[in-house]
Design a protein. Structure first.
Length: 299
């Protein structure tokens, strides 16, 4: 007898195996012990308790397979039910749909930035703006207010003159000051104009052309015109020029400066040297008033 047979003899004999419900196990022959076959093959026989556990494990495999199949079916059914419930769910509220639409449109207009810089995106240019215009372009400058010309105050009349006469006297004095004529020359010029035209701008009835220009009176002394009654036929200038008080005064000063020693002459003699009048001593009567006028216009 083999040495292992003594150990097997001490084990409790196992009842004959019966067929399980699932047919996984088979009956052992009753004519020899269950451990005889392994003993003859030189393999150590397992205890009877271990053999019973192995047969229980083999018998449980079909049960586990069945459970796994059932769980899988339950999961498939749950997924189908979720899909069906989602398809039959109520549509989103109008507010939610509108918000989703707005966000989708905004995402199209403002694509995501791929830069690390997270500064605000530049404001899109208006359709009328140039493609190369910069967002930081300066706004157009506002138009500067137009400067209004201020009319100088008219001089207050003195020495019994009217406003029109005083205005003409101011023109004569202003031209002389601009030409740097001494005060005596200013007095001579004003006294001469007082005698020749009473400080009014005369047109001539003999020269209809002179009446086409601004004038304050009409005379008939040959072709004499203007404040100093200068004659175009004598070479003083054109009718148009002589009808301008500033030009007439400038022409008078130019002729006075050509008179030798005029500064030492009396007012009447210096005026006569320029005008060559038929009444050479008539200018003297206006000297004092002329000095008053010049003083009022140069202070």
């Amino acid at each position: 007898m083999h040495s292992d047979d003594q150990i097997d003899q001490k084990l409790t004999p196992q009842p004959p195996a019966t067929r399980s419900n699932d047919g996984a196990s088979s009956e052992q022959p009753n004519d020899r012990p269950a451990a005889a076959e392994p003993a003859r093959r030189g393999v150590r026989a397992l205890p009877s308790r271990a053999r019973r556990g192995g047969r229980a494990l083999l018998g449980a495999i079909p049960v586990r397979v069945a459970l796994a199949t059932a769980v899988t079916c339950c999961l498939v059914a749950a997924g189908a039910a979720a899909v069906a419930s989602r398809d039959t769910a109520e549509p989103p509220a109008p507010q939610v749909a509108e918000a989703a639409t707005d966000r989708a449109l905004a995402a199209q207009d403002e694509p995501a930035s791929r830069s690390l810089d997270r500064s605000p995106s530049p404001t899109p240019a208006s359709p009328s703006a140039s493609p190369t215009a910069k967002a930081s372009a300066k706004p157009p400058a506002s138009p500067k207010p137009k400067k209004t010309k201020t009319t100088p105050a008219r001089p207050k009349p003195v020495a019994g003159l009217t406003q029109a006469q005083m205005d003409n006297a101011k023109v004569i004095v202003d031209v002389g000051v601009k030409l740097k004529i001494p005060r005596q020359g200013l007095v001579i010029a004003v006294a001469t104009a007082m005698q020749e035209s009473t400080l009014l701008n005369y047109a001539s009835g003999v020269l209809p052309e002179s009446q086409n220009h601004p004038h304050q009176a009409i005379g008939w002394d040959h072709d004499s015109v203007g404040l100093f009654q200068q004659r175009p036929s004598s070479g003083w200038g054109s009718v148009r020029d002589l009808m301008r008080p500033a030009y007439a005064a400038q022409a008078f000063y130019a002729a006075l400066l050509k008179v030798p020693g005029w500064q030492q002459m009396s007012v009447t003699m210096a005026a006569q040297a320029v005008q060559v009048s038929a009444f050479p001593y008539a200018y003297a009567q206006h000297e004092e008033r002329a000095r008053t006028i010049v003083a009022a216009l140069t202070t």
